[in-house]
Ligand binder design. Structure first.
Ligand SMILES: [Zn+2]
Length: 235
């Protein structure tokens, strides 16, 4: 089967000139995953085309076969672009600035930012006491802002940076909003839902897989919060 031109161009941009050879080495699923990484909006038609090229048969596709291929792709472990150490430090520092806003309002100092294509599109800090609203965690505030910015409740290709390990509610919101990656500063031993008390992101049955990176610097990012609770009036 002839390789469609749209696919040829994208493959060439990744330095792949011998598709047959690449398919033998990587398989159609991994190759599609690699293309999706470079072209996040690439549709499943590319997966179907790669499958056809791999099998050498230009057969009509049944819905069952399409669904089978999509499921096979979704069951692959997710692959993500590398996140440089400097970026992690920079965005966590931005999240920490948000935590300081919370502290200024006598709130538990937790901050979060959401990054899309290198730009911060959502910021948030904990405001549960001020607003008397348990939903006003830093992550939820940042998610709301990012949703408005993108005009979309799905935050595809977004990364969230939080000073502290998210709770059960925020971990759920991160998964539902399809955030690609979560980076957090310090573990939260009492309510953390990534590692400490629950391992929400380790559940392979969830529809969306979010990469979790953290704790980045336990001593540094737990200090703000420990100092806050050292003050008896804040307990
Ligand atoms: Zn939370």
């Amino acid at each position: 089967m002839k390789i469609p031109q749209y696919l040829q161009i994208k493959l060439a941009s990744l330095g792949i000139t011998d598709l047959k050879d690449q398919l033998i080495n990587e398989g159609y699923l991994n190759l599609f995953a690699k293309l999706r990484l470079a072209y996040p909006s690439l549709g499943y038609n590319a997966l179907f085309d790669l499958y056809k090229i791999n099998t050498g048969k230009n057969i009509p596709f049944s819905n069952d076969l399409k669904q089978k291929l999509i499921l096979e792709f979704k069951s692959l472990p997710p692959i993500y672009p590398l996140l440089p150490e400097a970026s992690i430090r920079f965005y966590l520092n931005e999240a920490e600035k948000q935590a300081h806003f919370a502290l200024g309002k006598n709130e538990v100092p937790i901050g979060a930012v959401i990054v899309h294509e290198g730009k911060i599109i959502g910021k948030g800090y904990n405001q549960t006491r001020t607003k008397q609203d348990i939903l006003c965690h830093a992550e939820i505030q940042a998610i709301r802002e990012a949703q408005i910015y993108l005009d979309n409740f799905r935050l595809d290709n977004c990364d969230i940076f939080v000073t502290l390990e998210p709770c059960l509610m925020c971990s759920g919101a991160i998964i539902h909003s399809r955030i690609r990656r979560l980076v957090f500063g310090a573990l939260e031993p009492k309510t953390g839902a990534c590692i400490s008390q629950h391992q929400v992101f380790a559940n392979k049955k969830t529809n969306h897989h979010c990469q979790v990176i953290g704790p980045i610097d336990q001593a540094h990012f737990s200090e703000l919060i420990s100092n806050f609770f050292r003050e008896p009036s804040n307990l």
